[in-house]
Design a binder for this molecule. Sequence first.
Ligand code: DMJ
Length: 498
Amino acid sequence: MGYDELKPVSKEGISWLHLGLTAFDALDTAYLMGNRTIFDRAAKWVEEEFVMIGHADVDANVFETTIRVLGGLLAAHHMSGREGLKKKAIEVADRLMPAFETGSKLPLSSINLKTGKAVASASDVSTAEATTLQLEFKYLSHITGEPRYWNAVEGVMKLMDGLQKQDGLVPIYMSGSTGTFRSREIRLGSRGDSYYEYLAKQYLLTNRTQPGHLRMYREAISGVKQHLLMRSRPSHLLYIRELPAGVTGGHSDKMDHLVCFLPGTMALAATSGRRVRTREDRAKLTSEQRADLFIAEELARGCYEMYHQSPAGLAPEISFFKEAAEGRGMIEAMMARFEEAARNGDASAWDTIVGGLESKDSPDDKYTNDFEVHQLDGHNLLRPETVESLFVLHWLTGERKYREWGWRIYRAFERWCWVNSGGFTSLNDVLHLPPTARDRMESFFLGETLKYFYLLFSDEDLVPLDKYVFNTEAHPLPIFEVRADMKDKLIFLDDVKA
Ligand code: DMJ
């Protein structure tokens, strides 16, 4: 990242969004990596030159601005202690607040960068976008003592809690005006993903003092296990399928790479972010937690195989898994073994009862075995989700295989995506060698992907998962408990005054 890339081309344009966005997203990555020169220059630009409103007549997405800009500022402020970054975080949040002034409690999707006014989406809103704002706004309330940020986003959670779901699962479209679900389509990929992620992470961020979010997460994961888990052929990998017409309709074996956040989130929720490095550690988990950790580990293997089985060694954006004959029967048999292990009650018997359920790594010389890739789905955008899950699982379990898988993925990125003049590029098609470049590096590559690689291979415990929760854009926020002086000013999902 050079300084020129950080400067706005003109205050009239949308340049801060296009060029400056990477600076916000990468601030804490630079800090963690110890590159204080870059960090200081970027922070100075943010503090002294960036203004959010007064640009061209374009709309900035509330979700993206929250997770990348606000999340980036909050994490960088926490790490560095720079007050100027906190001031900017407050400025950005205040500019986003008009989006919450709706009858339904669902936020409007955008803020106009010229007028500062909130703008409704012309079509239905994406469930993930409308419901992935809580970590950032709650933490901001915590460090400022201002309840309005927390209350705006907890209002969204209250709305979600009251809606009729499908065994805990939610359709991916909502009506912004009525705050109700539209369509029945369910998936944990695009438009669905971070709704589930933030249920678990809200519980963890507030130090497990708010049970309502855990309740909603558990209901959702129970729905995932009941309807979405499947085994592939020939390797019997675990994967997550989609339900285009809801739980009562048929399924599709499509899996977005985006779904690969799930192994990390499930493992964090199962362990509460505590290390499980020995058999004794695992034995302290409940049977349900052990089962969820097992599923998380197996799903991570499936995500790794999306890379391993592709000719470039990099995952396509979308894969269509081949469902194993008796695939659902295999899932039911797995669940029955979990129940048997739970009934047995003897923690040491777990491995014996559950042993052998793991799938095996596929041989190195076989390509595209367990899934197919449709035309136009073979691109790779340098996405972080699999590396994120590998980092989380390695931190929790200490198992070497996660580093080995991560290293193979990193080498493939380096081989095909590295640009000699600097940076990495997205690819058009990972199935055809050599893959052609797109000349585009999303801000999440520096914000998330490279940060998770760095943390996966770092021997120092730079961001301990029992003390931090990463927002969905990989910006770590410190775990906190609701301040005594704020309890009476905040609304809570279960009206539990922590
Ligand atoms: C990121 O911006 C966030 O992780 C978001 O939740 C979904 N996907 C992209 C990266 O793939």
